[in-house]
Ligand binder design. Structure first.
Ligand code: NAP
Length: 390
């Protein structure tokens, strides 16, 4: 924050005749991005490696870096160059993409002393694909402007499959006109691009998507638990939902994996937990109640605590299963800290531990009296209410 403030203090308005560094606004926005442009890609994990692969396939000169080099080997074998650090990758690049994990990673890559804001070329484009904090995106945009660079947030949706197929939806925190110079590169890995016109706007829109996703997941997981306990076929219920109004992208893509016992990521539990926490923070700033997101946060947070953080999000269904099924998948209920979930036996569900959070069918769930999401509320207590008010 200090670094951003320092840079902001130096900031002058970007008027056509008053840009810093001797470049006019027109010069800065017309920096040519063409098929000879050099691309740097920071973060070659599940999403980044697939996205960088499409940019490479389109014929661009791509330099990659990742904290763990092994995850970049596939791209190196296909012709990408390696750099040991984001600074080294970015130093000659016209366009730098980042696809790291958390806001803290984004802050480090952009705003540290050898971060992209300082080391990238003047006129370079810095595009963050990570799902991260809207405020941080605004700070990075403003800091880049001071240094005669262009930065915008561009989180994505479509999952690992969308990244692999090159059919992601991009959620741009800039106007169509502002992002136009890099459009040919964005199009190498997307099938739809939506513009939210303001720095941080892409991140806020992405968080809206994530809170809806999280509630859809809780919805289908509830439904499948009910089906199972009632002794009707879960796959048939899924088919019904897909043909009715109860289905969702989440139930279509993720529920079958859970029914197959496939908990590989995809999209990691700890990342969805991060997204819901960011959304709840934003909601709190704006004085908005999101009871669905509160419930989902509690469940995904619990899943992280008991060893599920690096599983795919479909592992949510394990919270509804018995302890033996959870243990076979790698979960350990004894890791749960009951203090985090209100009184007594853990999550506040009024159930016997060892029966799963949402499971233990008939074990005293206490509908009408218990508070299933009880008392966590991302550090502030309370379920399904607006931070102690409702
Ligand atoms: P991931 O596999 O963990 O990839 C993140 C990569 O960034 C990791 O390989 C990590 O290195 C690297 N990294 C982190 N900090 C770094 C740094 N300072 N310098 C260099 N490399 C760094 O996660 P992912 O699934 O690709 O997700 C990435 C982001 O996209 C997350 O914010 C996630 O919420 C979002 N997202 C994911 C999906 C999905 O379906 N997976 C969909 C949409 C959005 P290590 O290899 O050492 O860990």
């Amino acid at each position: 924050e200090g670094r951003v403030r320092q840079l902001e203090a130096q900031k002058s308005p970007c008027r056509p005749d008053a840009c810093r560094g001797g470049m006019t606004h027109e010069e800065r926005t017309s920096m040519p991005v063409n098929s000879h442009s050099k691309i740097a890609f920071v973060g070659t994990g599940i999403m980044g490696s697939a996205i960088a692969g499409h940019i490479l396939d389109a014929g661009y000169d791509v330099t990659v870096t990742n904290r763990t080099k092994a995850k970049a080997e596939g791209l190196l074998a296909r012709g990408a160059a390696w750099a040991d650090t984001p600074a080294e990758a970015a130093k000659d690049a016209d366009v730098v993409f980042t696809m790291v994990g958390y806001p803290t990673d984004v802050e480090d890559v952009y705003l540290s002393t050898d971060g992209l804001i300082r080391v990238a070329k003047r006129g370079a484009w810095l595009i963050d694909l990570t799902t991260s904090s809207p405020q941080l995106a605004r700070d990075i945009h403003d800091a880049a402007e001071v240094e005669d660079k262009h930065a915008f947030d561009c989180p994505v949706t479509g999952g690992q499959k969308g990244a692999e197929d090159g059919t992601l939806t991009l959620i741009v925190g800039a106007s169509e006109e502002e992002a136009a110079p890099v459009l040919p590169i964005l199009e190498t890995f997307s099938s739809k691009i939506m513009y939210f016109d303001q720095p941080g706007g892409g991140q806020t829109a992405k968080l809206c998507n994530q809170v809806s996703l999280a509630s859809c997941m809780v919805g289908y997981a509830d439904a499948l638990a009910l089906a199972e306990q009632a002794g009707i076929d879960q796959r048939q219920v899924l088919e019904l939902m897909a043909n009715g109004t109860g289905g969702s992208g989440a139930s279509k893509a993720l529920a079958p994996k859970a029914l197959d016992g496939d908990y590989k990521p995809g999209f990691m539990v700890e990342h969805l937990r991060k997204d819901i926490a960011l959304a709840l923070q934003r909601a709190e700033d704006l004085d908005v109640a999101m009871p669905g997101a509160e419930t989902a946060f509690t469940l995904f947070d619990m899943l992280c605590q008991i060893g599920g953080s690096r599983m795919g999000t479909q592992a949510l269904s394990l919270l509804y299963s018995d302890e033996a099924t959870g243990a076979a998948a790698g979960l350990d209920w004894s890791l749960l800290n009951p203090e985090d979930y209100g009184a007594g036996d853990g999550c506040g569900c009024d159930h016997e531990h060892g029966d799963g959070c949402c499971g233990g069918h008939g074990e005293g769930h206490g509908h009408g009296e218990g508070d299933c999401c009880g008392g966590h509320g991302h550090g502030e207590g309370g379920c399904c209410h607006h931070h102690g008010e409702a």
